[in-house]
Design a protein around this ligand. Structure first.
Ligand code: SAM
Length: 243
C-alpha cells in the first residue's frame, strides 16, 4: 500500500522537526522538495540518506504524472516545502488534489493513504505569541501586489476578526504605510459605512531564528518603528491586524 506523506519542516530553527518527520523521511522511497538544496540542510543535520526530487509551483504536468505513476507502483513518497507546512502559501495542494482524484477508489478502500506529518507554520507560530484574539481568524496568505490590494487592507481594518497575511521584506513598508493611512481615516470615510474600531498591528519577524522579533502597537506606531529602524526591514514577516 503506497502512502503519500505531507511533512511540516522548520521555518528557521532546524531543531523544529518532529521525530516522526525524521523517521518518515528516512523510510520513504523519495522525498519531493520545493528546492532540493534547501532540504539538503535538513537531510545533512539528521543524516537522512533518502533520494530527493524537486517539485514546485513551476513543475511540469509530466512531473505530476511521474509522481502519480510512482504511487501506482506502490512507492512511498513524502512532500516537503522550503519551510513550514506544504500547501500553506507553498506548493502541495494541487498535487494532493491530483492524488485524491486519480486514486479515489484506492483511498476509499484503504489501499492507499495520504498522511499528514504536522509541523511548524509561520501562521500558527506568529499567532501563538502575538497575544491577539485568535479563536477564529482570516488568513490571506500573500496579498496581490496590485489589483485588489487596497480593498483587502480596507476589509481587514473594517473586520472584527483577526486577519493574518504573509509579506516580503520588499513590500512590508508599503503595506504598513497603507494600513496606517487607512486606519487614520475618519469614521465617515470608513469602509462600507462600518465604524472603524481602533486596530492593533502585530509584526512577527524572523520567527524561530536568531533575530526573532515581535513589534506591536497602533498601525502608526508600528510604521514609525520600522521607519526609524531600517535595519529591521529584512527577513521574513507575518502581519496580524486585530482588535
Ligand atoms: N509554508 C510556510 C508556512 O507554513 O508558514 C509559508 C511559506 S511562504 C512561501 C513564506 C512566507 O512565510 C514568508 O514570506 C513569510 O511571510 C512567512 N514566513 C516563513 N518563515 C517565517 C519566519 N521564520 N518568520 C516569519 N515569517 C515567516
Amino acid at each position: 500500500m503506497a502512502i503519500f506523506y505531507v511533512i511540516g519542516t522548520p521555518i528557521g530553527n532546524l531543531e523544529d522537526i518532529t521525530l516522526r518527520a525524521i523517521r518518515i523521511m528516512k523510510e520513504v522511497d523519495l522525498v519531493l522538495c520545493e528546492d532540493t538544496r534547501m532540504t539538503r540542510k535538513l537531510f545533512d543535520k539528521y543524516a537522512i540518506p533518502t533520494a530527493s526530487m524537486s517539485y514546485h509551483a513551476q513543475s511540469k504536468l509530466s512531473k505530476t504524472d511521474t509522481i502519480l505513476d510512482m504511487l501506482a507502483a506502490g512507492k512511498n513518497l513524502a512532500l516537503v516545502s522550503d519551510a513550514g507546512t506544504p500547501g500553506i502559501s507553498d506548493p502541495g495542494s494541487m498535487l494532493v488534489s491530483k492524488i485524491r482524484e486519480r486514486f479515489a477508489p484506492e483511498l476509499a478502500a484503504g489501499e492507499m493513504k495520504i498522511e499528514s506529518i504536522p509541523g511548524p507554520s509561520a501562521l500558527t507560530a506568529a499567532l501563538s505569541i502575538a497575544g491577539v484574539p485568535c479563536s477564529d481568524f482570516t488568513f490571506l496568505g500573500f496579498l496581490p501586489h496590485k489589483k485588489g490590494r487596497e480593498t483587502l487592507f480596507k476589509e481587514m481594518i473594517a473586520s472584527e476578526r483577526t486577519t493574518v497575511f504573509y509579506e516580503s521584506p520588499h513590500r512590508i513598508l508599503k503595506a504598513l504605510e497603507s494600513i496606517a493611512a487607512l486606519s487614520a481615516e475618519p469614521a465617515e470615510k470608513s469602509y462600507k459605512d462600518k465604524e472603524l474600531s481602533p486596530k492593533r498591528l502585530t509584526i512577527a519577524r524572523e520567527l524561530t531564528k536568531m533575530f526573532e522579533q515581535i513589534v506591536s502597537g497602533t498601525p502608526a506606531e508600528v510604521l514609525a518603528y520600522f521607519n526609524a529602524h531600517p535595519d529591521k526591514v529584512r527577513g521574513e514577516f507575518v502581519v496580524i491586524i486585530s482588535a
